[in-house]
Design a protein around this ligand. Structure first.
Ligand SMILES: [Ca+2]
Ligand SMILES: [Ca+2]
Length: 324
């Protein structure tokens, strides 16, 4: 297609990866329970170049890229409560000959003359980053000068969830008196009492090194609202921006490049801000309100120390001076 001085380029790229790693010493009776990692990447872009004159042009670009990677036990992957679930059903990926504590499987080396831990892979981790970029550059040749200026904005959305899922299995095993691998409401009440049962799940997950950004602590994706009961958090959305201007001077036997750029990052993070100036402050942090072991982001109910989006900017100036 001929758009005269306008040239467009549209492109896309993607890959999908799945890797398994087996550790025979960890697995009893085969490869069940091994580690799996899945990753995919997609990218699309639109580049435009507009020729203003034989000596000047403008380039602009729009792109989006997404990278997602998840690793865990291949039998359960996203099903956190199934990690290490115990069942007496022979042939099940969840089969365990339990020891008398009820927590642990009997290690294979107690049956056979082999070295082994009798454990399954019990960590889970997933992360996803989407980046949208918009940029433009302008170039103009004026005599000895090649003048360039441009700007770009990158907006990221980052979510992540990870925990030591073996702790979930242990917590369930602690209350699971009928040995079906599940913690029923009644079993939790029998163990922790009616009041204790309300917090039982929260308290158990909290201690498992849970990382949750764009998720609650149980691994449910962002629902659109912060929630102190399950600690639902929004994905991180930092924005980076950059502006630069440079001049390249070409003489007979020397080239001089001079430029300046200005870069910023806005983390888009929330913090308790007591005086509304857009920055978290000691008064805000010193007066956190708690409710049943959760930080209560609603403050004292009178609008004090409410969590707000805080602006956090930083800038880098660079000067380039080069002679060749
Ligand atoms: Ca049960
Ligand atoms: Ca403040």
């Amino acid at each position: 297609m001929d758009f005269g001085p306008l040239r467009l380029k549209l492109g896309t790229q993607a890959y999908d990866y799945e890797g398994n790693s087996y550790s025979w010493s960890r697995v009893y009776g085969g490869t069940d329970g091994s580690f799996v990692n899945e990753a995919d990447f997609t990218m699309g872009y639109l580049n435009a170049r507009y020729t203003i004159s034989p000596l000047s042009y403008v380039k602009a670009s729009l792109s989006q890229q997404t990278y997602e990677t998840t690793s865990g036990n291949e039998n359960y992957l996203n099903d956190i409560e199934a990690y290490g679930r115990r069942t007496k059903t022979w042939g099940s990926a969840n089969y365990y000959k339990r020891d008398r504590t009820g927590f642990n499987p009997v290690a294979p080396d107690e049956f056979f003359g082999v070295a082994g831990y009798g454990s399954q892979y019990t960590s889970f981790d997933t992360r996803k980053t989407t980046t949208n970029t918009i940029s433009f550059d302008y170039t103009n040749q004026i005599g000895y000068n090649e003048l360039k200026l441009g700007a770009s904005i990158d907006n990221h959305e980052i979510s992540r969830y990870g925990l030591s899922a073996s702790g979930v299995a242990r917590a369930i095993a602690q209350v699971d008196t009928d040995l079906d691998g599940l913690a029923s409401e009644q079993e939790i009440i029998d163990y922790a009492g009616v009041d204790g049962a309300k917090d039982w799940r929260f308290i158990n997950y909290r201690s498992l090194y849970v990382t949750n950004l764009g998720y609650n602590i149980y691994g449910d994706e962002w629902s659109g609202q912060y929630n102190q009961d399950d600690h639902m958090l929004a994905p991180a959305e930092p924005t980076q921006s950059r502006f630069y201007i440079q001049d390249k001077l070409e003489f007979k036997d020397v080239v001089v490049q001079l430029g300046v750029s200005y870069e910023t990052i806005d983390t888009g993070a929330m913090a308790p801000d007591s005086d509304n100036d857009g920055y978290g402050d000691s008064d805000g942090f010193n007066n956190l309100y708690f409710n049943r072991q959760r930080v209560n982001r609603n403050g004292d109910g009178n609008g004090n120390y409410v969590w707000k989006f805080n602006t956090c900017w930083f800038s880098i100036f660079t000067h380039v001076l080069k002679a060749i």
